[in-house]
Design a protein around this ligand. Structure first.
Ligand SMILES: [Zn+2]
Length: 300
């Protein structure tokens, strides 16, 4: 945004293709009672990719920027290293020390579970509470598949988390590497298939529809791309710090050949997120460049 103000409808029209539909969503209590909470979302750093240091350099540049950005904490949505390269984990652990905010990571399909637990965090399924929000982080990625998997034990654990968050009057944001939402070309077609936990997850989501605000993912290297067709919950894929690919989403959504929303920006970057009274704002920050597009979900 420059030095001028657009109203929300204009902003949606300019910044997020397919985003207008959210404008007519019903007013619900979700997020209405939140004080402003800002945080940063990074994903898919892929350290060691192509056996050179370029992804590490980008990650270091992101850290230097993030240190100057608003935000109480950072979420890393997986694929910390590329193709399970063990020698990259100590590099990651060293670089994250330079961050002046706490960071919470989940593994992606490039992160072998044992290595991730050894170097990054012992417990991959866990929660962190900030402001009035419980961020539930869980591992739904497998090394040998691009699809996502949520086990029945994880569903039970998620139920316990949702019940506890309800008791404590916390809103909920879910974080897992692989999207749960069904998708097909021009998207990648990788998601949690119905029998692999998708059905059970959406049943749970319906039960806590007024509490679960969003589901955040990495994995697709598609910039900011998502859907909002399971009640008011926002399901969104976040950009890679390393590389993003053009899949023609802007045109395909405009032509009615794909559903959901897409912020037309693909440069390597991260997301400046803000949750406030009745809204979730996701702003795209390309590395080394000015902030560009944004997506805003509104509950007001
Ligand atoms: Zn990735």
């Amino acid at each position: 945004m420059g030095n001028f103000q657009l109203n929300r409808r204009q902003m949606l029209a300019t910044s997020a293709v397919g985003g207008a539909a959210m404008f007519w969503s019903q007013r619900v209590s979700a997020a209405d009672d939140l004080n402003k909470l800002s945080f940063v979302v990074v994903s898919d750093t892929h350290l060691g990719r192509k056996n050179n240091q370029s992804s590490e350099k980008q990650w270091r540049a992101a850290i230097a920027e993030i240190n100057k950005q608003p935000g109480q904490f950072v979420l890393h949505l997986g694929d910390v290293v590329d193709s399970g390269r063990e020698e990259q984990y100590p590099i990651y652990v060293e670089t994250r020390k330079a961050l002046n905010k706490p960071i919470h990571e989940i593994p992606g399909n490039h992160d072998p579970n044992d290595l991730f637990q050894k170097y990054v965090t012992k417990q991959t399924d866990r929660f962190v509470d900030y402001g009035g929000v419980r961020f539930i982080l869980f591992d739904n990625a497998h090394r040998d598949s691009h699809d996502g998997f949520i086990t029945s034990e994880q569903i039970d654990w998620l139920k316990t988390q949702c019940a506890d968050a309800t008791l404590k009057k916390l809103k909920i944001v879910m974080c897992c590497h692989v999207p749960i939402h069904s998708n097909k070309n021009p998207d990648r077609g990788w998601y949690v298939k119905p029998s692999n936990g998708q059905k059970a997850f959406y049943e749970l989501q319906q039960r806590y529809a007024d509490r679960i605000l969003a589901c955040l993912h990495g994995h697709f290297h598609n910039g900011i791309r998502g859907w909002r067709d399971h009640g008011n919950m926002v399901e969104v894929l976040c950009p890679s710090v390393c590389y993003n690919q053009n899949r023609g989403l802007k045109d395909r959504i405009a032509d009615g050949k794909a559903t959901g929303f897409f912020v037309d920006e693909l440069r390597p970057g991260y997301v400046l997120a803000e949750l406030g009274e009745g809204y979730l704002k996701l702003r795209y920050k390309p590395l080394g460049k000015a902030q560009t597009g944004e997506y805003e979900a509104d509950w007001r």
